[in-house]
Design a protein around this ligand. Structure first.
Ligand code: SAH
Length: 308
């Protein structure tokens, strides 16, 4: 077989589409909304507040990209009961899970098919699943990574990148950049929670999780969840935004601990897991400081809750 090299982002897109279509990702990793109902409730209350800042338009859309099992939205809708809910989800399997929790939602493959009008978009651990292009600096200049027969090959590239030392790796998430640009172009608000550094930098952040363990991203496409750190610096240059702030600062400002305490008092049997989850979301060694929150919004917006 004389396989043609496949650009790394195309490989990652294909592998992840197969993975999400056939696997239960939540057997492999845990996310904020899966840890505690408070996560989605706080985001629902936040979205309702933002809607009021927008002037409470009646036709507002509450959207979510990559809703997983639909837990975040189901929790959010308790804090902000509304019916005009749209999901962007590619996996038929996860769509079925989402339908079980939010039956009246409307599903889309991509942002472009959502109806026009005022919109608030939530996205937790969505952008990290989108494919990245990877470049590596060689003596001769920048090369782009391709995959051929299960191995990486570097081909010369004229992509415009900083003059990093030889051996450096740069990643570009074109899907994420296009997504935030499209939100900004329609004047929507987008709240993105994901892991990655505050500022752009060099480094290979691609990782794969297979059956709960780190794996070789190239080894078994479709069997592992492949992600890359989100480049919040690049997103902020692509669209007007507030943040990024660390997840612990954002969730604490929104009242994570107060809400957790109230629930724990009302339901002593759940007090321990609720408190543990709140800590896991905020402890710097756990999810508190690697995870960042960025809000894409029109430039004239006041500072929104969590971004003070
Ligand atoms: N937000 C959820 C799930 C995160 S997993 C949570 O926090 O629990 C990533 C989600 O993004 C899954 O629902 C996956 O199917 C979806 N997804 C990944 N790539 C996608 C793409 N290109 N288009 C639409 N959805 C995608």
């Amino acid at each position: 077989m004389n396989a043609r090299p496949e650009r790394f982002d195309a490989f990652m897109a294909r592998a992840n589409a197969a993975y999400y279509a056939t696997h239960d990702p939540f057997a492999d990793f845990v996310t904020g909304p899966e840890l505690t109902q408070v996560f989605g409730e706080l985001l629902g209350a936040w979205a309702k507040y933002v809607w009021q800042v927008m002037g409470a338009p009646e036709d507002v859309i509450l959207a979510e990209a990559g809703p997983g099992r639909g837990v975040l939205m189901a929790d959010a809708l308790r804090a902000w009961p509304m019916r005009n809910v749209h999901f962007i989800e590619s996996s038929p399997r996860l769509r079925a899970e989402q339908r079980a929790r939010v039956p009246f939602a409307t599903w889309h493959e991509r942002l472009e098919t959502l109806p026009p009008g005022p919109m608030i978009m939530l996205a937790n651990e969505f952008l990290d699943a989108l494919p990245v292009r990877q470049f590596v600096r060689r003596e001769s200049g920048w090369c782009e990574r391709f995959v051929r027969a299960g191995a990486l090959v570097d081909l010369p590239s004229d992509y415009d990148l900083p003059d990093d030392p030889v051996g450096s790796v740069r990643e570009v998430n074109e899907g994420a950049l296009a997504f935030v640009r499209a939100l900004a172009a329609r004047g929507a608000v987008g709240l993105f929670i994901d892991y990655g550094p505050m500022e752009s930098g060099a480094g290979d952040s691609v990782q794969a999780i297979r059956a709960g363990h780190y794996a070789d991203p190239l080894a078994a496409p479709g069997e592992a969840d492949i992600t890359a750190h989100v480049d919040f610096g690049a997103l902020k240059r692509a669209a007007h935004a507030q943040g990024p702030v660390k997840q612990n600062r954002f969730l604490s400002a929104l009242g994570l601990f107060e809400r957790t305490d109230r629930l724990a008092q009302a339901n002593p049997a759940k007090a321990q897991p609720l408190r543990q989850s709140a800590h896991r979301l905020t402890e710097p060694e756990a999810m508190g400081s690697l995870f960042k929150v960025l809000c894409v919004c029109p430039p004239e917006f006041p500072t929104l809750p969590g971004f003070e």
